[in-house]
Design a protein around this ligand. Structure first.
Ligand SMILES: [Zn+2]
Ligand SMILES: [Zn+2]
Length: 417
């Protein structure tokens, strides 16, 4: 019996890996421009880290975590909590007043695997700790904007403010009153959670609930003076950087430590409009996890979705890694020479391949074609006796005889090594 990969777990095949690298490398280039440093954190953490930071009454913690119950450890369902844990554990606030960190890696959630929803998925996670400046909020959004334009993906930015512990209680009361009037129209999850966290009802993805909350009061109308100034400043700074956005009053994060700015980049290039990046301010989180009172803001971007978008954008054709030179040999003597030549050319930095099983010349030329090589070196024993090999330019089809001693020099020159 053949063993297959688990449901929701996917191999990233060589054809796709190039797109993955394009996404990851673009991200690293843009992030370095913005003075971010990469951090790598483990995929396993104590369960408590996630239940405390993500919230015990969320879908993630209630239903979706891969937890080893007997050991009380969990595969990370997101990266923010792990980064906060590392930040606190390594006293990073003592080293620099503002830490700008990012990480890229797999996350694990036991969701129903739908189209594009995997149980092992990958995220770019970006966090800045140590500044409450509204400029930083705008800077992070401009970073997202830069990254999407670097990749050639068109998105639109939606922003909202969630207020703070000073002004949210009043908004909660008003929202709860609004929700209680419609309680029997809401889904079971919303009914259960509305008392503890009415904001989450605004966030419910079910169509029935969405219709019910269409006319719900907006948090923006209940912001305290400080939050109001902060939000105005975020928008002013976005205008300053000429980053386009719209205000979406339904965009919430239903957890207490999320404050003020929240934002999403959405796109309609994947069918229905969907978020490809979500972020926000979480000024109370680090303190709640036992760290210092330090403000923070961050966002996460789904790599799978970006790869999918890039695939849609271009007809990439065969994406397998091309090589510079293919060596086709005839006979054993030629094979020895070819094998050595391959090693030598790789040594000067070229990507080289040959047929180790010395199939027919016809087969080898076919492999050369498929390899995407710019040149094929054809080595025959007769030619070798004359110290000659044939050099075929795969684009033009032009063939020339070249002295064996001149081969390395030729490639050195051609590829500017
Ligand atoms: Zn406030
Ligand atoms: Zn609902």
């Amino acid at each position: 019996m053949k063993i297959k990969a688990l449901n929701g777990f996917k191999d990233i095949m060589p054809d796709d890996v190039l797109l993955w690298r394009q996404v990851e490398e673009s991200a690293r280039i843009v992030l370095e421009r913005f003075h971010f440093a990469e951090i790598r954190v483990p995929v396993l953490e104590k369960t408590e880290l996630f239940s405390r930071s993500i919230g015990a009454d969320t879908d993630i913690v209630e239903k979706e975590m891969y937890t080893f119950v007997d050991k009380q450890i969990t595969m990370r369902p997101e990266a923010t909590a792990s980064l906060m844990r590392a930040y606190i554990e390594h006293n990073m606030h003592g080293r620099k007043p503002v830490q700008r960190l990012f990480t890229i890696g797999p996350m694990f959630r036991h969701e129903r695997p739908q189209k594009g929803r995997l149980r092992q998925f990958h995220q770019l996670d970006v966090e800045v700790l140590g500044s409450a400046s509204p400029r930083l909020d705008a800077e992070l959004m401009s970073l997202g904007d830069c990254l999407f334009s670097e990749l050639g993906v068109s998105t639109s930015l939606e922003i909202n403010s969630l207020g703070c512990p000073d002004c949210r209680p009043e908004y909660r009361r008003v929202l709860l009153a609004f929700i209680e009037e419609r309680l029997d129209q809401l889904c079971e999850d919303c009914r259960r959670r509305s008392q503890r966290n009415p904001l989450r009802v605004l966030d419910c993805k079910k169509q029935g609930c969405r219709i019910q909350v269409q006319d719900a009061p907006s948090v923006i109308d209940y912001l305290c003076e400080n939050c109001s100034i902060h939000f105005t400043e975020v928008r002013r700074n976005l205008d300053l950087l000429e980053v386009d956005y719209t205000v979406n009053k339904f965009m919430v994060r239903g957890l207490d430590y999320y404050v003020r700015t929240t934002f999403e980049f959405v796109t309609d290039q994947l069918g229905a409009q969907s978020a490809v990046c979500a972020g926000g301010r979480y000024d109370g989180l680090i303190e709640m996890l036992g760290g210092p009172k330090v403000p923070g803001i961050g966002f996460a971007m789904g790599i799978e979705r970006l790869v999918l978008l890039l695939k849609r954008l271009e007809d990439h054709g065969d994406q397998s890694a091309g090589i510079d030179v293919f060596i086709a040999g005839l006979g054993e003597e030629a094979a020895d020479y070819s094998f050595k030549l391959m090693h030598g050319l790789r040594g000067i930095g070229l990507r080289v391949d040959m047929d180790l099983d010395t199939r027919s010349l016809k087969s080898q030329m076919k492999q050369a074609d498929r390899s995407g090589a710019g040149y094929t070196v054809i080595v025959g024993s007769q030619e070798l006796d004359n110290q000659q090999v044939v050099l075929r330019n795969m684009k033009t089809g032009e063939q020339t005889d070249v002295n064996v001693d001149a081969i390395t020099d030729f490639f050195n020159e051609t590829y500017g090594l």
